[in-house]
Design a protein around this ligand. Sequence first.
Ligand code: FES
Length: 167
Amino acid sequence: MVNDYEKVKAIVDRYGGKHDSVIAILQDVQSEHHYLPEHTLRAVASQLGLPLIQICGVATFFKAFSLKPRGEHTVTVCLGTACHVRGAPAVLDEVKRQLGIEPSNTTDDMRFTLETVNCLGACALGPILVVDDEYQGQMGSRKVKKVLNKYKKTPKDRRHEEIAVSS
Ligand code: FES
């Protein structure tokens, strides 16, 4: 945890300790842990000289932040109307089957967290599956296993080179 305090300090310093950089600071802290552990929120509050309740308020207001441990990869299935009519429920069922979890949960090995959203603003590409920041358009249930297997096998820092899902 001392190490984490130093990491948080380095992040806060990177933003010049500016109070209006709280969101960016929390994003960087979350990228280290995949969520915001309590001790890191305390460290951010201490480093910025702000009340902990203010930092917690920001962390709980934005859906992008999680106070619960999350997997290394976030798998998001869009269930908005356009994706829904093109087969998103079947895609979600297959993702649940492959990962063995329901939405808002994380696999026991902490590799994957499953989420759903109501629209990603790219309806023409639906149904859409997103793994971390990689959009997979025109997804079908038969493609799901192939996509997830690549993330299971590929270290995160190499995935951009190797993820290429063909239909
Ligand atoms: S409904 Fe899925 S991107 Fe809009």
